[in-house]
Each structure stands twice: as C-alpha cells, then as structure tokens.
Design a binder for this molecule. Structure first.
Ligand SMILES: O=c1ccn([C@@H]2O[C@H](COP(=O)(O)OP(=O)(O)O[C@H]3O[C@H](CO)[C@@H](O)[C@H](O)[C@H]3O)[C@@H](O)[C@H]2O)c(=O)[nH]1
Length: 130
C-alpha cells in the first residue's frame, strides 16, 4: 500500500513540483490548498504529467474547523509537508498583521490537528523568496 502524504499549498510553485516528485516516488498525495495564490489549472497540469487523479481539498487552514476536519478525514496520512502560506516579501512588510494572522494561525491549527490525530512527521518549508 502506498504511504499517504498531505501537501499543503500543493497547487503552488514549490508545492506542485513536490507533489510530482512524491507521486513519481510512489506516494499517495492529498493536496490541501485554498487557491489564494494558485488555481485548479495547476491540478490538471499535475494530473497530465503524472497520469494520476489527484485528491484535492480546498481548505483555509487558518480556519480551525476546516483544518481539523481535513486532517481528521486523512488521519491515515504518514506525513505532512507544509507550503501553504502567504510569502510575498513586499506585501508582508505592508500588511504584517495579516501575514502573522494567516501564517501563524494556519501553522498552529495544522500542528494541533496533527497532534490530535497522531501524525508526527511534519516538514515545514520556508520559501525561495525569503
Ligand atoms: O494561507 C494560504 C496561503 C497560500 N496557500 C497556497 O499555498 C501555495 C503557495 O505557493 P506559492 O504562492 O506558489 O509559493 P512558493 O511555492 O513559495 O513559490 C514561490 O514562487 C511563486 C511563483 O513565482 C511566488 O508567487 C511565491 O511568492 C514564491 O514563494 C499556493 O498554492 C497558495 O494558493 C494556501 O493554501 N493557504
């Protein structure tokens, strides 16, 4: 049986490349993304490249209930790779609170949901822009 990996932000630039690598290395992948900086086009491109029908969850991780629900649904996952964050340098300087609020709450909600579902393998990604 394939090991399931949840990739948050999997429709984004780094996330989508990671999803392709995971699928090509025989992992089952679930993408969790709110599409705030990407679109479903990214899903169809990944499907074209890999010939695999993707599991996609449109979720705002900053919303505690949504974060808990998606992790509970996929509690058989072996690991989570977390790319879902706002990370435009200029905008983060203009709107620091919005960045803290979104990125920190998302991270805290995600980690709490993982703890509750005893998923202990977690990779936190920074960004090429940092
Ligand atoms: O709260 C959030 C914030 C973002 N996302 C998603 O997370 C992904 C993040 O990917 P992206 O914005 O492409 O960032 P990176 O993969 O780090 O890509 C780099 O390259 C992108 C394309 O050039 C730039 O837009 C980014 O700023 C830069 O960090 C996207 O699909 C977003 O929709 C969420 O799901 N939740």
């Amino acid at each position: 049986m394939k090991a399931k990996v949840i990739v948050t932000g999997g429709c984004g630039y780094i996330g989508s490349h990671t999803v392709i690598e995971l699928i090509e290395n025989n992992f089952e992948v679930v993408i969790v993304d709110d599409l705030s900086n990407s679109s479903k086009k990214s899903l169809s491109r990944i499907e074209q490249i890999t010939s695999v029908l993707l599991q996609f969850e449109e979720v705002n991780l900053a919303d505690e209930q949504q974060a808990y629900a998606v992790i509970k649904k996929h509690k058989d996952a072996k690991a989570v790779i977390h790319f879902a964050a706002h990370k435009a340098v200029g905008e983060s300087v203009e709107k620091p609170l919005m960045y803290y609020q979104n990125n920190l709450f998302s991270l805290i909600n995600l980690l709490s949901a993982l703890q509750e579902n005893t998923i202990s393998n977690f990779i936190f990604s920074s960004s090429a822009t940092v």
